[in-house]
Design a protein around this ligand. Sequence first.
Ligand code: THU
Length: 145
Amino acid sequence: MTDKAVDFRDDELVAAARAVRQHAWAPYSHFAVGAALRHRDGRIVTGCNVENATYGLTVCAERVAVFKAISEGMRPDEFTAVVVVADTEEPTPPCGACRQILWEFCGDVPVVMATPAEVKAVLGLAALLPWPFDRRILGTAKKEG
Ligand code: THU
């Protein structure tokens, strides 16, 4: 995608995503992913992908991190960045489902895509999910029934 050095200064957040990736449960794809969210109060919440023998029940690292954070009492729009780590040549972006979930809880945060060795890309979530469906649209619905 890009050969330019990418400027993202939160080394602690990147390190947390790299570390949690080691807990990935990925015996089917062998594609281990780590994710880390930075809360505005300084806390970090991490997640790894958790696969299942039925494949379709697999949950991505990003969603594990978001759901952990929400279940710990953190609320939407309190997050300042998300890091995704996979061992790929190209940056690994969040899947479509994760973009939607991240939008609900994080809004237009920087999405940092890194490998075990380097940060590959940083892009705002709004660029990854243009024209999202969200609670603002729900609020404009004409009431029926
Ligand atoms: N995966 C993630 O956890 N996050 C991503 O951003 C891309 C994909 C996982 C899901 C599955 O366990 C494996 O990677 C292969 O798709």
